[in-house]
Design a protein around this ligand. Structure first.
Ligand SMILES: [Fe+2]
Length: 330
């Protein structure tokens, strides 16, 4: 028992080396004198910023008695391997949103988190990396390594960003997988309708393109899932939605699984896809569609550039029975 306990303690107390500081981003330098809440830029997360439910879950995980997935009643199993929990206090949400609004008002240009989100901000690049790292290590990691012990055996870096959707800007985000090992996604505002998050299967699994769940965002509630899970942000109908997303990376796991994203490791698809799991493409982003059979189930998006796109799914040899390959016509 003593040996088991000490092994557990050693495993638990292994603090991963954090990535080395990057060169300070230009946006960080320019924004520093304009910061509204300096406490958001320090390596500190006061207990008043997190929901009591989050503390309860983290304590249950740290106790060593947690059994996946029934860690404690505060953790909601949305569907297998997708979890949600109340995460931030109203105090933190107000503070954080006001800082982001202050950054937008500053007019300082910020690099966007990805090519599909025109109104987001990489919060690491405006100086919040220390606070986010602290939150990742103290709160996300203890939960993630119980829920996803292999992918979350350690977290040694993160890519963290705000996404913002409104009916007049970006509406949603196409079906995709994340370049993360574990994704944390928390809603911070505002009033909105629509904008659900649809989950399908794991990349390369026989049910990769089968719909599994529709998650409805709530302010202050976070959803946690593996990056390899196909998902998409459904279109917003009214209002504005703002979320903070933290992509946690585990370099050791990635080194040990270099083939995790290689297409030859795909399984044969079990059957035709659910249309909701197909890349719907966006008219100003030609070539984004992933799915070779897109046109068998959906209309060609308007404004789409002509010519062959980069559709690749499923890879040759992994098609379901009677596969209607529409690739040549897109
Ligand atoms: Fe995503």
């Amino acid at each position: 028992m003593g040996t088991v306990t000490s092994l557990f303690a050693r495993w638990w107390n292994t603090v991963p080396a954090l990535e080395e500081d990057e060169e300070e981003a230009d946006a960080t330098k320019r924004y520093r004198p304009l910061r509204k809440h300096p406490e958001l830029f320090q390596a500190r997360v006061p207990a008043t910023w997190v929901a009591p439910e989050l503390l309860e879950i983290v304590n249950a995980c740290k106790s060593g008695n947690a059994k996946k997935p029934e860690i404690c009643s505060a953790l909601r199993v949305e569907v297998k391997d997708v979890y949600s929990f109340l995460c931030f206090s109203p105090e933190f949400v107000k503070l954080f949103v006001s800082e982001i609004e202050n950054f937008y008002a500053s007019g300082i240009p910020a690099r966007r988190p990805n090519s599909m989100n025109n109104y987001g901000v990489i919060v690491n690049e405006i100086g919040m990396r220390p606070m986010i790292t602290e939150f990742q290590q103290q709160y996300i990691w203890p939960i993630a390594k119980v829920l996803f012990p292999e992918e979350a055996s350690q977290f040694d870096s993160h890519h963290s960003f705000i996404v913002r959707y409104t009916a007049a800007e970006d509406l949603g985000l196409d079906m995709h997988t994340d370049d993360s090992d574990v994704t944390f996604n928390v809603c911070l505002g505002y009033d909105f309708t629509g904008a659900t998050l649809t989950f399908c299967g794991y990349m390369g699994a026989p049910d990769h393109r089968q719909a599994t769940h529709v998650y409805s965002h709530e302010i202050g509630r976070a959803v946690l899932h593996l990056g390899s899970r196909r998902h998409g942000a459904d279109d917003i109908e009214n209002g504005t939605r703002m979320n903070l997303i933290i992509w946690s990376h585990n370099s050791a796991w990635r080194r040990a699984h270099p083939s995790r994203l290689r297409r030859e490791y795909y399984s044969k698809e079990a059957g035709p896809p659910d249309p909701v799991c197909l890349s719907t493409s966006q008219s100003d982003k030609p070539g984004y569609t992933h799915d070779r059979d897109f046109l068998a189930y959906k209309e060609k998006p308007s404004g789409r550039a002509s010519g062959r796109n980069r559709a690749w799914c499923p890879p040759p040899g992994k098609e379901y029975e009677n596969f209607p390959d529409s690739d040549e016509t897109m």
